[in-house]
Design a protein around this ligand. Structure first.
Ligand code: HEM
Ligand code: HEM
Length: 233
């Protein structure tokens, strides 16, 4: 174990943001899918005479969705602010214009396709594929916030949210297309999460970098200096 060196990669703020973001997305997805297709009560709803005994109402599920929506918004703003406070937490825009980006991306893809031995592969704190995916996932979260609060504003057309994001519903062609976009991008985020968890665990198995635990304790472990070490400075 001694041959491994420890690198401090994630600040406490980033780690706290990551897990709050994860939990709010789990709640948003579960409640959102139900909003889109209320399978408990079916398309007919509940018989009027029985409604007062009903606990799990659509009203409650929407309320939980909106509370988690506010938490997602607050944590997103927090993530943007910490980007200016700790150099480690700055937001990375993938450097498509550099040839190094493409060569490292190629290497990573070969590793993932089992064409190259991952344990021998180049060691990086975050490979270009991960960087690109994270960049896109931040954009997707922002999209969900804008479309979500845009739809939220419909119920109060002269209110605060309608005045800020009301244009989105018009821009996307109405309420139904906005629902559909919000729905599709929700699935994209879940698809990302599934692949993300697989790749994070894979990294631990193949390179033994302490990947999964890094989002809890902040440290990654490398035998050699990672190629993108300059980005920790
Ligand atoms: C990653 C985050 C989010 C996910 C995964 C998500 C998921 C969903 C899904 C699947 C639907 C149902 C769409 C349909 O099929 O009609 C929905 C509806 C909705 N969501 Fe989200 N959502 C997210 C963020 C937000 C945010 C931040 C807000 C802001 C308050 C929000 C507000 C709404 C509203 C207003 C509806 C429509 C509710 C209705 O028509 O009763 N969502 N969401
Ligand atoms: C909705 C689900 C999730 C989303 C949207 C998400 C998003 C992200 C993002 C954006 C980053 C990069 C942070 C940055 O440097 O700016 C990240 C890193 C990370 N996440 Fe997640 N995550 C999710 C779920 C999970 C889960 C369930 C795990 C547990 C295995 C996990 C483990 C990690 C680890 C270990 C890293 C650091 C990986 C690296 O340095 O490349 N994530 N995640």
């Amino acid at each position: 174990m001694k041959e491994y060196k420890r690198f401090y990669v994630f600040s406490p703020s980033l780690r706290i943001w990551h897990w709050i973001n994860f939990l709010s997305i789990v709640v948003l997805f579960a409640t959102g899918i139900y909003i889109g297709n209320p399978f408990f009560i079916g398309s007919q709803g509940v018989e009027a005479a029985l409604v007062h005994g009903q606990r799990l109402t659509m009203g409650l599920i929407r309320e939980v969705h909106f509370i988690a929506g506010y938490i997602l918004l607050a944590s997103f703003i927090f993530r943007m602010l910490i980007a200016f406070m700790d150099k480690r937490d700055r937001l990375f825009i993938p450097k498509f214009w550099k040839s190094e980006f493409w060569s490292r991306l190629g290497e990573t893809l070969q590793e993932y396709a089992l064409m190259k031995d991952s344990s021998e592969g180049s060691l990086q704190i975050r490979n270009p594929l991960a960087r690109t995916a994270y960049f896109l996932v931040y954009v997707a979260i922002l999209f969900m916030i804008i479309t979500g609060f845009g739809m939220y504003g419909i119920s109060d057309p002269s209110g605060f949210w309608a005045s800020i994001f009301g244009w989105v519903v018009w821009f996307l062609g109405g309420e139904f297309p906005t629902h559909m976009w919000h729905h599709w991008v929700a699935w994209l985020i879940i698809l990302f999460a599934i692949i993300h968890v697989y790749l994070v665990i894979r990294e631990d198995f193949t390179k033994k970098t302490g990947e999964v635990s890094s989002m809890f304790n902040g440290y990654k472990f490398f035998k050699k200096e990672p190629a993108d070490l300059e980005e920790l400075k």
